[in-house]
Design a protein around this ligand. Structure first.
Ligand SMILES: [Zn+2]
Length: 125
């Protein structure tokens, strides 16, 4: 059964999972503002090596690709709404990712934990 916000038998806390953990230091990223998504782009323009890490202002040492000229990165909060999902789905449709499964997993990491990062949770009464 899929939980629904109008289901009064479901506690909001029941569906509030732990926050996202940084791929480098394994410490929690407790808000979208503290997170960063980094990835690399190959010579054909395909994204790969997606990683969710702390934003440099929180922990600079968590960024793995700082010395790579083919690195990309944006604040994690860009991916917490529809435009971020659309960005990656468009890249998948265009064949501009090496591994669509890793992109889907990244989106699930962000959005299955969104309730912990967003006070406008659909599960918040
Ligand atoms: Zn970190």
């Amino acid at each position: 059964m899929i939980p629904h916000s109008s289901d009064t038998r479901v506690s909001a806390d029941t569906f509030r999972p732990a926050c996202i953990r940084c791929d480098t230091c394994d410490q929690p990223i407790t808000t979208a503002d503290d997170g960063w998504l980094e990835w690399l782009v190959d010579d054909d323009g395909n994204a790969y090596g997606l990683r969710i890490v702390h934003r440099a202002s929180v922990r600079h040492s968590c960024h793995l690709y700082t010395d790579r000229s083919n690195r990309c990165g944006v604040p994690l909060d860009f991916f917490t709404d529809a435009k971020g999902i659309a960005y990656w789905l468009n890249r998948i449709d265009q064949g501009r990712v090496r591994d669509a499964v890793s992109v889907r997993r990244m989106l699930l990491r962000i959005h299955s934990r969104r309730t912990a990062m967003n006070s406008e949770s659909p599960f918040t009464p």
